[in-house]
Write a protein that binds this ligand. Structure first.
Ligand code: PDD
Length: 280
């Protein structure tokens, strides 16, 4: 596999980043994940826009132009023969030459890394037919979840808690209300209305979320952007999540309580179809 490091395209075993890199010692970096379906980048413009918001929020210099990012994504997809999969992009504050809490001088060059992951048949994920089981757990992340940082230890712990309980993912809960999944946005459906938490610094502003809500409104479905409790979710007709890697994934149980009849519901199924049709 060819990977990108600071302008170079290298075999993955020859790619190197300094041990002093702020991304490595301080999780001082941001990232994006863009899906590839049929060789085509999905929603790349949205991911690029969010990358720039994340960089700005952390006062980090943007080292590349939009065209540079796009060209690198396309080159990696082509060189690595990715038909279905994803491109991972990470920008860190670079190598200050030493460890220090203070930011390095302005002229420190950010580190840019990109690589691809092959996921043949990504859009036909059989899990979409049966749906995910989720557990809930207290949201112990920092308060700026709207910035897509590489500081992913808590979501990783929550994912492992879910797996240890035989579930597929965890929904994170703050003050009794669901914020989002470990790496996705969370939704319920009640009486035909799609309900998902409003945008704020409490959640990541999902690129898939924006697209799915737009398609839902275009299809005359009702959308309410507000928070909901775990109990309300357990009593909903349907539940689902969205992300660049899972698209629209139905959720069929929450903490062991079946949602609706415990099978994939019509709204989640339809939204997945629409998303895949419109995006590819
Ligand atoms: N995760 N919420 C969180 C906390 C996320 O990490 C993600 C994405 C989302 C969904 O955002 P989008 O629709 O733009 O992918 C919501 C990516 C896929 C990841 O970490 O792999």
């Amino acid at each position: 596999r060819t990977v990108y490091v600071n302008g170079d395209y290298l075999p993955e075993d020859q790619a190197k980043v300094s041990v002093f890199d702020r991304g490595f010692v301080m999780a001082d970096g941001v990232y994006e994940v863009t899906s590839v379906l049929g060789g085509k980048l999905i929603d790349f413009g949205g991911h690029l826009a969010r990358l720039k918001r994340s960089l700005e929020a952390l006062q980090m210099r943007n080292p590349l132009s939009d065209d540079d990012y796009l060209a690198a994504h396309r080159r990696l997809v082509a060189e690595n023969g990715v038909t279905d999969g994803m491109v991972y992009l990470q920008v860190t504050r670079g190598n200050p030459g030493d460890r220090d809490f203070a930011f390095p001088p302005e002229d420190t060059v950010p580190t840019v890394v990109m690589f691809t992951q092959n996921k043949p048949g990504l859009a036909d994920n059989p899990a979409a037919k049966t749906g995910w089981k989720v557990i809930t757990t207290e949201d112990l992340r920092w308060a700026r979840r709207d910035i897509k940082t590489v500081q992913l230890l808590f979501p990783s712990l929550a994912k492992m808690e879910a797996k240890s309980k035989g579930a597929d993912d965890a929904w994170l809960v703050e003050e009794g209300k669901v914020t989002e999944g470990t790496s996705n946005n969370a939704y319920i459906v009640k009486g035909g209305t799609i309900i998902t938490r409003e945008l704020s610094s409490d959640i990541l502003h999902g690129i898939t979320r924006a697209a799915v809500l737009r398609f839902a409104r275009e299809a005359q479905m009702k959308v309410e952007e507000r928070s909901f409790t775990v109990a309300e979710a357990q009593e909903a007709d349907e539940a689902f999540i969205t992300s660049a890697s899972a698209f629209v994934m139905p959720v069929v149980s929450i903490d062991g309580a079946a949602i609706g009849d415990g099978t994939v519901g019509p709204v989640a199924r339809r939204l997945r179809e629409i998303y895949l049709e419109e995006s590819v």
